[in-house]
Design a protein around this ligand. Structure first.
Ligand code: ATP
Ligand code: MG
Length: 274
């Protein structure tokens, strides 16, 4: 498969502190959607800030074959859109328009193309018409949407989101999930919203103390109660609350009934025993 992110033995220490990343390694293929989970302080955000060279630790990172180093950063930042955990770190312009237009202007698009990209990106996140509002007047959830728009306007090939659903109301969270479901680009999502990751991702990586603890099938990993508790997590409700009752399966056109446990979101018909 086509590897788009390759991280080998990444180690990073903030000036005064313990190692935030400790020999972290991870490979992501094109089109994968990967949930990065782990307790507060695990190193998720620190890891994400390495993917487009904002932080620069020891080790090797390659994005679509390019080593993350100064000379490649302009190209890498067009390919990898990073939405920060804190919107106030992402929005710095006097107007929403300027924040969302920043990337496309830097990419050298014409004035018309920039305008089109801004309105398309704002439309996608449900913020159409907010071009001339000052970002610091927006609510937290609105700021978060504008941050996502400011990255979408560059049409990235890899989208990296740090806690994208935090502070969103249920409707906005649902819209975000649907928006992300519609993308076929590579997605890396660091979050505590495990139910969201179950809807979006087949693969999860648990990070703790700056290292990868497990990496694999999301339902298997998030369903492992002792593993979850050990790393400050919980088995999500949709996996935990299973129920047992009789239901039917069609096998070779013949209907038979049996009973077993299955997670609630599994869709099936409930039928009375004949
Ligand atoms: N600017 C900073 N200066 C010093 N230490 C930092 C800084 N930012 C983070 N750290 C430390 O680095 C470690 C990893 O933090 P990081 O923010 O990457 O964790 P996280 O997994 O994103 O946590 P959360 O779930 O709370 O967002 C923590 O011990 C944190 O205290
Ligand atoms: Mg974080």
């Amino acid at each position: 498969m086509d590897t788009v992110i390759e991280v080998k033995n990444l180690t990073y220490q903030y000036s005064a502190g313990n190692k935030a990343l400790d020999s972290l390694s991870l490979t992501v293929s094109r089109g994968e959607r990967v949930a990065v989970v782990g307790p507060n302080g695990a190193g998720k955000s620190t890891f994400i800030l390495h993917l487009n060279g904002i932080l620069n630790g020891e080790g090797h990172i390659k994005i679509m074959g390019m080593t993350v180093e100064k000379v490649n950063l302009p190209k890498i930042r067009q390919k990898v859109g990073v939405v920060f955990q804190d919107p106030d770190h992402q929005l710095f312009s006097p107007t929403v328009f300027e924040d969302v237009a920043f990337g496309p202007i830097n990419m050298g698009f014409s004035e018309k193309e920039v305008k089109d990209r801004v309105s398309e990106a704002l439309g996608k996140v449900g913020m159409a018409g907010s071009e001339w509002r000052p970002p610091h007047h927006l609510s937290f959830g609105e700021k978060r949407r504008v941050c996502i728009a400011s990255v979408l306007s560059m049409s990235p090939e890899i989208l990296v989101l740090d806690e994208p659903s935090s502070s969103l109301d249920p409707r906005s969270r649902r819209e975000l999930i649907n928006l992300l479901k519609g993308f076929d680009i590579t997605l890396i999502i660091a979050t505590h919203d495990l139910e969201m990751t179950l809807e979006l991702c087949k693969r999860t990586v648990v990070i703790d103390r700056g290292a990868v603890i497990v990496d694999g099938d999301i339902r298997e990993i998030l369903g492992d109660e002792s593993l979850m508790l050990k790393h400050g997590l919980e088995v999500p409700h949709s996996i935990k609350f299973t129920h047992s009752h009789t239901h039917d399966h069609r096998r070779d056109e013949e209907l038979h009934f049996h009973s077993h446990y299955h997670p609630h979101p599994e869709i099936h018909e409930h039928k009375e025993r004949l």
